[in-house]
Design a protein around this ligand. Sequence first.
Ligand code: AMP
Length: 130
Amino acid sequence: MATIFSRIVNGEIPCYKIAENEKCFAFLDINPLAKGHTLVIPKQETDYLFELDNELLAELSVFSKKVALAIDKAIPCKRVGVAVLGLEVPHAHIHLVPLQSEADISFSKPKLKLSQEEMEEIAARIRSFL
Ligand code: AMP
């Protein structure tokens, strides 16, 4: 069965899309730690990030860099933090989280509750810097 992230890539489940190329896809995390919290995934279904082949991992890293630099410009932050967990969704992904402080990337803290309009606005703003 397709992962929830493959279903997002295939358009079966809606998302706040940020960017896409042939092999990679980026969209806002639905339960953000901070405004602009984005997930970057390979379209290929692989559970563990470090099981991707070198070429795809390199491509995903370069794609993440492009998205992170756009987040940096779109969202007031000191820098964009990077995390890899994968404890919930078995489809490799990189979390990009705009940081004001270390606490902003603590996954045990309560997630933000943002309206659909706010999420759309944030996604559009990040896209405008790509
Ligand atoms: P983890 O697998 O532990 O890295 O966490 C998975 C992340 O995916 C969590 O931060 C969720 O909020 C996020 N997530 C799960 N389902 C969706 C979805 N449909 N759209 C956007 N983000 C999601």
